[in-house]
Design a protein around this ligand. Structure first.
Ligand code: ADP
Ligand code: MG
Length: 381
């Protein structure tokens, strides 16, 4: 059964009626540019074929009801303030709240959710959930909310309502990505450029290796990195670390006393430059050559930003030893997934190499698949 038919069936079983429509929004991987979003920098995600589907119909009574194939009970709520609905339904209530807070009248609705985006694996199931519900409610409510303004609204749901201090990467990817392309996003201006990323034509593939060591975003580590970056920007007298260029880096590091803070800054400044270099190579159709930038990004996340764990480091090392052109962790860190750029016919060998390395260390086995850039949020039917 497809995710879409599962959402429709869940709707029928829960509410004894047909949904008005089905809206999908994808999970994402970030090709490069980690933790740069909240530093006003650059990111380069692409959408996954895996998505969240929301089956939705307007309700004739006030309030909202939501159910999910992932949760045993449906949840009903009226308009609430941030934190009013806890748990998974908080992401949905957060969208209703953020729309209302932006001045829109949100139609009462019944919602059923199905998904094949793995939860808590750094593939952004939370933003996919928010984006599917947002796209549905905007259309059902006839709201004049341009696509370019939607990610910031969904981000408010996650930051303010749910209380997770994430940047704008995830929601931008889920809402603004285009099939076959990577999304080059300037997180300050919110300008985007769709970058050609035709892996198949180049005989290449991106192997996603889910380390199955779940990440924990809402936890303190993410917030601590963010605070450290903001504090460094304050000390350096710049609006955000995006304003420190590679040419300024040594001088900037000289003004910081704290070694940990110096390394955090070095990651952000070098990572922004790696995104720009990656975009240049992709514009020129030189996909294979982005490999070393991916691997350098991983080293920077491991040594300077300190957001990797043993499972992802081992996956990167094993993939590179098996011949990958480059490999890096993707997502906020502390687990989650690794991307390896490989020849399209090397997926099985690379997977076997990572599985062997995991077995030797007694890690839970990884899950792998090859990803192609899928479409962004849209109505399905
Ligand atoms: P990630 O976004 O990387 O997958 P998060 O911790 O940010 O990890 O978000 C995962 C949370 O999103 C889940 O714990 C759950 O609350 C919510 N969620 C995601 N997908 C669904 C779904 N299909 N049904 C219900 N809740 C979901
Ligand atoms: Mg998330």
């Amino acid at each position: 059964m497809t995710v879409a038919s599962s959402a429709a069936e869940t709707f029928r079983n829960a509410y004894g009626a047909e949904p008005t429509g089905l809206w999908a929004a994808p999970g994402r991987v970030n090709l490069i540019g980690e933790h740069t979003d909240y530093n006003d920098g650059f990111v380069l995600p692409f959408a996954l074929p895996q998505h969240v589907v929301a089956a939705v119909a307007p309700a004739d009574t006030p309030g909202w009801t939501v159910c999910s194939t992932f949760a045993p009970e449906s949840v009903s709520f009226a308009a609430t303030e941030p934190g009013g609905v806890e748990g998974w339904a908080g992401y949905v209530a957060g969208i209703v709240w953020a729309l209302g807070d932006a001045g829109f009248t949100v139609p009462p609705a019944r919602i059923a959710i199905a998904s094949d985006v793995p939860l808590g694996s750094g593939l952004s199931s939370s933003a996919a959930l928010e984006s599917a519900v947002l796209t549905a409610l905007v259309e059902l409510g006839g709201m004049d909310l341009p696509v370019a303004d939607r990610p910031a609204l969904a981000q408010r749901a996650e930051n303010v309502y749910v209380g997770a201090p994430t940047g704008i990467l995830d929601q931008s990817a889920s809402i603004r990505c285009v099939e076959g392309k990577a999304l080059f996003l300037d997180c300050r201006s919110l300008e985007v450029e769709q970058i050609p990323f035709d892996l198949a034509a180049a005989g290449l593939a991106i192997l996603i290796i889910n380390s199955n060591a779940p990440h924990q975003h809402v936890d303190g580590e993410y917030g601590a990195r963010r605070k450290s970056c903001e504090e460094a920007a304050r000390i350096l007298g710049v609006p955000a670390l995006r304003d420190v260029t590679p040419a300024d880096l040594d001088a900037a590091l000289g003004k910081l006393d704290d070694d940990v803070m110096r390394r955090r800054v070095r990651h952000i400044v070098t990572e922004d430059q790696r995104v720009l270099d990656t975009v240049e190579l992709l514009r020129a159709g030189r996909i294979r050559e982005i490999g070393p930038l991916m691997t350098a990004s991983h080293a920077s996340m491991r040594d300077d930003f300190e957001i990797t764990v043993g499972q992802v480091d081992v996956a990167v090392e094993a993939a590179l030893a098996a011949g990958a052109y480059g490999a890096r962790m993707t997502g906020g860190g502390f687990g989650g997934c690794v991307l390896a750029l490989i020849d399209a016919d090397r997926a099985a060998e690379t997977t076997a190499a990572v599985e062997r390395a995991y077995a030797e260390r007694g890690f839970t086995a990884p899950t792998t698949w090859s990803a192609t850039p899928g479409p962004g949020a849209a109505r399905l039917s």
